[in-house]
Design a protein around this ligand. Structure first.
Ligand code: ZN
Length: 348
């Protein structure tokens, strides 16, 4: 479920909330009149975890995981969840909000309605942990590994120069998460570089003494639609719910030992007599219909990592940058039909 309309997302959330006794509150409204919804499982208790997703409207994996988490009826700790931070962007499957603002660069200016609502909500809840859920592009992989980064973890800095208490707690929890994930993703967990971006919400909440973790979910070689990774993230949240205190005090340093992410992998390199081309999976939403396509992005670089390679040097096909490939041409070039992407193993 990479794309559904925002109205459908909200209906699903409200139905699940009703079934499982989560409270539903509106904490703001976008300029186009869409409500910003927050759901709480124990509205009378101090909040242990705030979690949010779809700050970037084309990054729905966190939403799917939060929805599946809310479907579990036996939660242990107190959650407050803001699953659709950017409802206008999510409706269009676009990163930015209706004013073309990147909400995750708006933590200081608070010029977006959504960023202001997010800030007020998290600071008001003052949770023991905040989870900022994003998708990452297919080009990321843990340095030295041969698989994409299906999970990337980041405990953002709360101060440019030293580790704050909140960052240390967040790193403890990242170590716990690393250990939880390594069974299913022995190589596919990376660490984001923790350069200090003060305008991002992770840094902002960390600075405000709220331990904050950014989780970025990516593809797997058999999971380009991110179905498995969203299930794994839902399981991780459920396990965190059951092991919250031990996660916050985990001292194993597994997070610090994770390889850093590199961001230059190519989806598909196709070698033709005109040279290698880099071809990438594009996700498109037009008129509220989702589709994927292979798109030529330019010359391929065989010295950089790639997830799939084909050769059709006997043909003289010339590809142009920006070209969208139809299924017949993909087949001719020795590629994988876009509809088969999730069942084909790129590592074969
Ligand atoms: Zn994002």
């Amino acid at each position: 479920m990479r794309y559904i309309k925002t109205s459908e997302r909200l209906n699903l959330l409200k139905d699940v909330a009703n079934e499982n006794g989560w409270s539903t509150d509106v904490i703001g409204q976008t300029k186009n009149g869409l409500d910003l919804f927050v759901f709480r499982n124990r509205p009378d208790k101090h909040v242990d975890i705030c979690a949010w997703s779809l700050m970037h409207g084309n990054e729905p994996t966190g939403f799917n995981a939060l929805l599946s988490f809310m479907q579990r009826s036996n939660t242990s700790i107190s959650w407050s969840i803001f699953p659709v931070v950017n409802p206008n962007g999510a409706d269009l499957f676009k990163r930015l909000n209706a004013d073309a603002l990147d909400i995750n660069r708006d933590a200081r200016n608070l010029s977006s309605i959504e960023g202001l609502a997010l800030s007020k909500w998290v600071l008001g809840e003052n949770p023991s942990l905040a989870l900022n859920l994003h998708d990452q592009r297919t080009c990321f992989y843990p340095k030295g590994k041969d698989v994409p980064a299906s999970f990337s973890l980041l405990a953002p800095k709360g101060n440019r120069d030293y580790e704050t208490t909140s960052q240390i707690i967040a790193m403890n929890c990242c170590s716990w998460m690393t250990n939880q994930l390594k069974g299913n993703y022995p190589d596919g967990v990376g660490r984001f570089d923790d350069s200090f971006y003060p305008s991002a919400f992770g840094e902002y909440f960390q600075e405000n003494n709220i331990p904050t973790i950014t989780i970025e979910t990516g593809i797997g070689l058999n999971d380009w639609a991110r179905v498995e990774v969203s299930k794994s993230l839902g399981e991780l949240l459920f396990s965190l719910d059951k092991n919250f205190q031990s996660a916050l005090s985990c001292k194993l340093k597994s997070y610090q030992k994770l390889p850093q992410n590199v961001n230059n992998a190519q989806d598909w390199i196709c070698i033709t007599s005109a040279g290698p081309y880099e071809i990438r999976v594009m996700e498109l939403v037009e008129n509220q219909k989702y589709s994927r396509a292979w798109k030529v992005v330019g010359p391929g670089d065989l010295d950089r990592k790639y997830w799939f390679l084909s050769e059709s040097i006997s043909t003289s096909v010339e590809l142009t940058t920006g070209q969208i490939l139809d299924d017949d041409l993909v087949q001719f070039l020795g590629g994988i039909s876009i509809k088969d992407l999730d069942v084909f193993s790129f590592s074969d």
